[in-house]
Design a protein around this ligand. Structure first.
Ligand code: PLP
Length: 420
């Protein structure tokens, strides 16, 4: 039998996992809640015998509980999907089907690729897109948003918290700007990196104007392969996956019962964490320690989004004249798991869209590291990075053509010659 005592497993003993924004392990409580649904509670929730009916009730209880925790209205809908990416695709594409005459859509320049690539795909289909810019700190230009709204704008999609930098957008103000311009424009927010970090309440001014919201299970200690789409009562949306009548006829397919039950438990815990001041203060303190100590030890370092409001658990740092992948390899050798840019784009050599939009210098763009903490992070994990990273950067700079080792600064001549 599989032993779930995580702390006895080699992974937790040998590695320093600091990539909680990429994914999280499943919590013990979540796994425990799920187990019966792999075993005797396996029946199809759409069947009509008592066991199936009770499973269906349990799924509906998860919906009600999520709504209660988010302070949503009773008539709002929670539908379960396969991922945040699917929720996002459904939110955007299914809205556009309802308003075929509207051909203008708006998003920000720093969204996750689930949004960005969906918008780019729609552009190929003839939609006009405006990407709202951000400043050097990663804060959204609200005046630009106001000025780009048009009578034929169908949907605005702006994320809540950024996956790479943790920068939080004022989605309440954004919702007010949009709805004051025209109540008919649909506002969608990708809250994947906000849930579990910010206590979002949908009955507060501005937040009550969110029409659609996407989120994911695997960022909040639930399994991979489960997502949620919140639909405000009255928001028109066509089915995305057609077939059976599951999920209010909006997302066909037999429900992933174990994961839905797990997500329900994870969602409760996520809000407990988001509202736990001590926990968030602790992460913030460690983040500050990490940033200030690295800053003191490493010249020509950038802290991306430093002056903006950020989630407590993540920092994004970059170093002039070094290559991100090379830093990662050195960190992996020391057992430290972090990402360069976002996990989804780190397999490509393209510089991060988010950092490009923030005006990061090209010489540092390829070296960004995202360090994200979570439930099982310890202060020693942060101390290890503070100890190990500065000599790695120094060694890599010594062999970099863009670094002037004698003067301990970037080699401006080489950088200019390379056209960077
Ligand atoms: N949106 C944001 C902000 C994310 O960070 C992610 C995952 O990295 C996604 C969407 C996609 O989530 P999923 O993996 O559930 O499709």
């Amino acid at each position: 039998m599989f032993n779930f005592d995580r702390h006895k497993h080699k992974f937790y003993e040998e590695y320093n996992y600091l990539d909680y924004n990429a994914t999280t392990p499943v919590s013990d409580e979540v796994l425990e809640a799920m187990l019966p649904y792999f075993g005797y509670k396996f029946t199809n929730p759409s069947a009509k015998y008592p066991d199936a009916m009770s499973t269906k009730d349990e799924i509906n209880n998860v919906r009600d509980n999520i709504k209660k925790i988010m302070a949503a209205s009773e008539k709002d809908q929670i539908i379960f999907t396969g991922s945040a990416t699917e929720s996002i695709n459904q939110a955007i594409r299914s809205t556009l089907k309802v308003y075929p005459q509207k051909k203008h859509i708006i998003t920000s320049s720093v969204e996750h690729s689930a949004i960005y690539k969906t918008f780019k795909d729609l552009q190929r289909d003839g939609y006009e897109i405006d990407f709202i810019s951000v400043n050097k700190s990663g804060e959204l230009d609200l005046n630009e948003l106001q000025n780009k709204l048009r009578p034929d704008t169908a949907i605005v999609s702006i994320m809540y918290a950024n996956n790479e930098t943790g920068v939080i957008f004022p989605i309440d103000k954004i919702a007010n700007i949009i709805k004051n311009f025209n109540k008919e424009i649909i506002f969608h927010t990708d809250a994947t990196q906000a849930i579990g970090k910010i206590s979002l309440k949908l009955n507060k001014n501005g937040f009550d104007k969110i029409d659609l919201l996407s989120m994911s299970g695997h960022k909040i200690y639930a399994p991979k392969g489960i997502g949620v789409l919140y639909i405000k009562n009255g928001t028109k949306i066509r089915p995305f996956i057609t077939g059976g009548t599951q999920e209010y006829n909006k997302r066909a397919g037999t429900q992933n019962t174990p994961s839905i039950i797990g997500l329900g438990k994870a969602f409760e815990l996520a809000y407990q964490y988001a509202e736990d001041r001590e926990y968030n203060d602790k992460l913030r303190k460690w983040k500050e320690k990490l940033e200030t100590q690295l800053w003191q030890k490493i010249p020509y370092m950038h802290i991306n989004g430093k002056n903006a409001e950020r989630t407590s658990n993540v920092t994004n740092i970059a170093f002039d004249a070094v290559e991100g992948e090379a830093i990662l390899v050195q960190l992996f050798k020391a057992g430290i798991y972090v990402s360069s840019g976002s996990a989804c784009s780190s397999s490509s050599l393209e510089p991060s869209r988010v950092l490009t939009a923030m005006g990061m210098p090209l010489t540092a763009m390829h070296s960004s590291l995202r360090i994200s903490m979570g439930k099982w992070t310890k202060e020693e994990d942060i101390d290890q990075v503070i100890e190990i990273l500065p000599p790695i950067i120094q060694r890599l700079r010594e062999i970099s053509p863009f670094w002037d080792t004698k003067n301990n600064c970037p080699n401006e001549h080489a950088i200019q010659e390379a056209g960077l």
